[in-house]
Design a protein around this ligand. Structure first.
Ligand SMILES: *Cc1c(COP(=O)(O)O)cnc(C)c1O
Length: 346
C-alpha cells in the first residue's frame, strides 16, 4: 500500500499472491452456476464454517441483507444488538426492502445482548405485534472494541432460539479475528447459528466480497434474493480467486494483527492526553479517546497526525478515535504512530 492507513482493515489492498491468482483465475458465468473458482470459494467457506453450502456476495452488507430477507417475511421482527453493524451501519436495508423491523437491545462490553432480555422481548401471537423471527448476533463486535465473544454465548442463543422457534444469523464480518483471539476454529462458533456471513475484504485482504453460508435450502433461497438485489455476478472467479487465498492463508495470520493492536494500545497508554484501557483490545481494533484537557477535537488530531507523518486514523464522534491493524501495517508503523501522537499532543 502507498500510505500508512489505520482507518480500517477495509482499506487493505490484495496481496501480490492474490493479484497473481486473480490474473490466472478460471472463470465462467456464475449466474449460470458455471464459475469453478466461485464454486470452490463457496464450498471452502461452507467447510470452514461447518455448513453445507455457501453463496459469494458483493459485500458484508449484502450478505446480512440476503440472510435477513431469506429468514423472514414482511411484518417480522429481528432482534439485534443496539450497537450491531446490522442496526447502525446498513442503511436499514431489511426494513426498507424486506418490510422487517429491527428490535435493538442493549449489549454488554463484549457486544452480547442479555439472554433474559432477549427472551422477554420475544412476542406472542397478537395482531398488534410483529412476529419475532430472527436473532442476529455479531462476532467480533465492532461496536465494542472488536471484542471476541466466546462460543458458549452462541450455544445459549441457540438453546433460547430453539425454545421459541427463532432463526439465528451471525454477522461474522470478522469471525476469523474472533476465532483467532479465542483460539478456536470458526466452526466452533458458527455451529450454533443457522447462517453466517464472513467478509473476505477486511483483515483477509481480498479486494471485494463476502460469503454467506447455511444449509442447502437456505442457500438455494438466498441465491434468489442475491439475484433480486442485483448481486448475481458473472465472471466473478477473478474475485473469488483472491477470496480463496483469503480463506486458506490470510485467515491463519490474524494473530499478527492482534499483536500489533496490543503493541499500539500499550503505546497509546503512554501518551499523555489520550485515554485507553489496553486490556479491552482482543483483536485488531484500538479505540481511544481524548482527555478532557486536550483542546483538540478528534478530527483536528487526525489532521495533525496526517500533516506530521502522513498516517491515517479514523474518528468516532468528537472525542473518540479508532486505529485498526492489518496485513499492511508493520510494527514500525505502530511505533511511528505512537511517536507522532506524542509529538502532536506535547
Ligand atoms: C464491515 C462489516 C459489515 C459489512 O461489510 P461491507 O462489506 O462493508 O458491506 C458487516 N458487519 C460488520 C460487523 C462489519 O464490520
Amino acid at each position: 500500500m502507498d500510505s500508512v492507513d489505520f482507518r480500517s482493515d477495509t482499506v487493505t489492498w490484495p496481496t501480490p499472491k492474490m493479484r497473481e491468482a486473480m490474473a490466472k483465475a478460471q472463470v465462467g458465468d456464475d449466474v449460470y452456476g458455471e464459475d469453478p473458482t466461485v464454486k470452490a470459494l463457496e464450498q471452502l467457506a461452507a467447510d470452514k464454517l461447518g455448513k453445507a453450502a455457501g453463496l459469494f456476495v458483493a459485500s458484508g452488507t449484502q450478505g446480512n441483507l440476503i440472510a435477513a430477507l431469506t429468514h423472514t417475511n414482511r411484518g417480522d421482527e429481528i432482534i439485534m444488538g443496539c450497537d450491531a453493524h446490522t442496526f447502525c451501519w446498513e442503511a436499514g436495508g431489511a426494513a426498507v426492502l424486506g418490510g422487517v423491523t429491527p428490535l435493538p437491545l442493549p449489549t454488554d462490553s463484549l457486544g452480547r445482548m442479555n439472554l433474559a432480555q432477549i427472551e422477554a422481548s420475544i412476542r406472542g401471537d397478537d395482531p398488534h405485534w410483529p412476529h419475532s423471527r430472527l436473532i442476529t448476533v455479531e462476532n467480533s463486535s465492532g461496536g465494542n472494541n472488536g471484542a471476541a465473544i466466546p462460543a458458549n454465548y452462541f450455544a445459549a442463543i441457540r438453546q433460547l432460539s430453539d425454545r421459541h422457534q427463532l432463526r439465528v444469523h451471525l454477522d461474522g464480518a470478522r469471525l476469523f479475528n474472533a476465532a483467532t483471539a479465542l483460539s478456536v476454529e470458526a466452526k466452533e462458533i458458527a455451529q450454533h447459528v443457522d447462517s453466517a456471513s464472513i467478509c473476505l475484504s477486511k483483515g483477509l485482504c481480498a479486494p471485494v466480497g463476502s460469503v454467506l453460508v447455511g444449509d442447502r435450502s437456505f442457500i438455494h433461497q438466498a441465491r434468489r434474493y442475491r439475484k433480486l438485489l442485483g448481486g448475481g455476478m458473472r465472471q466473478a472467479g477473478v474475485l473469488a480467486a483472491a477470496g480463496l487465498i483469503a480463506l486458506e492463508t490470510m485467515s491463519q495470520r490474524l494473530g499478527e494483527d492482534h499483536l500489533k493492536a496490543q503493541r499500539l494500545a500499550q503505546g497509546i497508554a503512554t501518551v499523555s492526553g489520550l485515554v485507553i484501557d489496553p486490556s479491552v483490545v482482543q483483536t485488531n481494533m484500538v479505540f481511544f479517546t481524548l482527555a478532557d484537557t486536550v483542546p483538540l477535537t478528534a478530527q483536528e488530531l487526525v489532521n495533525k497526525v496526517w500533516q506530521t507523518a502522513e498516517i491515517k486514523l479514523g474518528t468516532y464522534g468528537d472525542r473518540k478515535l479508532r486505529a485498526v491493524t492489518h496485513y499492511w501495517i508493520q510494527p514500525d508503523h505502530v511505533d511511528a504512530l505512537v511517536n507522532t501522537l506524542k509529538a502532536v499532543l506535547k
